[in-house]
Design a protein around this ligand. Structure first.
Ligand code: COA
Length: 143
């Protein structure tokens, strides 16, 4: 797809414009549209021969909480399967309580912690739910 990626939507899931630009250059960006408007986005990035990482997924705030994220995640799985991948991984912050719920409800299990990922890679401190985002929780699911 050669359309311009919806940067504002992508930045909802990841505050680093630099990192977003870097992975959309290397990965594939998919969008969900409703009545001609982009309401959702996700980005897949191959990491190992049979593994793909879901590096970004976001739903427009006015459309969140209505099951669109779950549908989009099902679509990521179908897409990754059709591309021949066997495993999908995703990472989210230790402070991203809602996202941890979301991914686990979509079949992901925690497989590890990348300690200090956010303090190493992001120049500004990130706080969510009153918790500093320091570590990346890694999750995975079979396809
Ligand atoms: N807290 C607790 N549970 C949550 C949740 C939250 N913040 N967000 C979603 N869930 C749960 C829902 O309750 C629902 O559970 P159910 O299947 O038992 O009903 C399930 O996850 C699916 O919810 P859905 O309505 O499909 O999610 P959504 O359309 O709001 O999309 C996100 C979820 C995370 C993609 C969306 O909130 C978003 O774009 N957030 C901003 C960007 C972001 O943080 N991306 C992830 C970066 S790691």
């Amino acid at each position: 797809m050669n359309e311009k990626p919806p940067m504002e939507l992508l930045l909802l899931a990841d505050p680093s414009r630099e990192l977003v630009q870097e992975y959309i250059r290397r990965g594939t960006c998919f969008v969900a549209e409703k009545k001609g408007q982009i309401i959702g986005v996700y980005v897949l990035l191959p990491t190992r021969p049979q593994t793909v990482e879901l590096v970004n997924i976001a739903v427009m705030p006015s459309h969140q909480g209505k099951g669109i994220g779950k549908k989009l995640l099902k679509h990521t799985i179908q897409t990754a399967k059709s591309m021949g991948y066997k495993t999908m991984e995703v990472g989210t912050g230790n402070s991203s309580i809602g996202q941890l719920a979301f991914y686990q409800k979509c079949g992901f299990r925690m497989i590890g912690i990348d300690f200090d990922f956010f303090t190493r890679h992001y120049s500004e401190a990130i706080f969510e739910n009153g918790i500093q985002c320091r570590d990346m929780i890694r999750l995975s699911r079979d396809l």
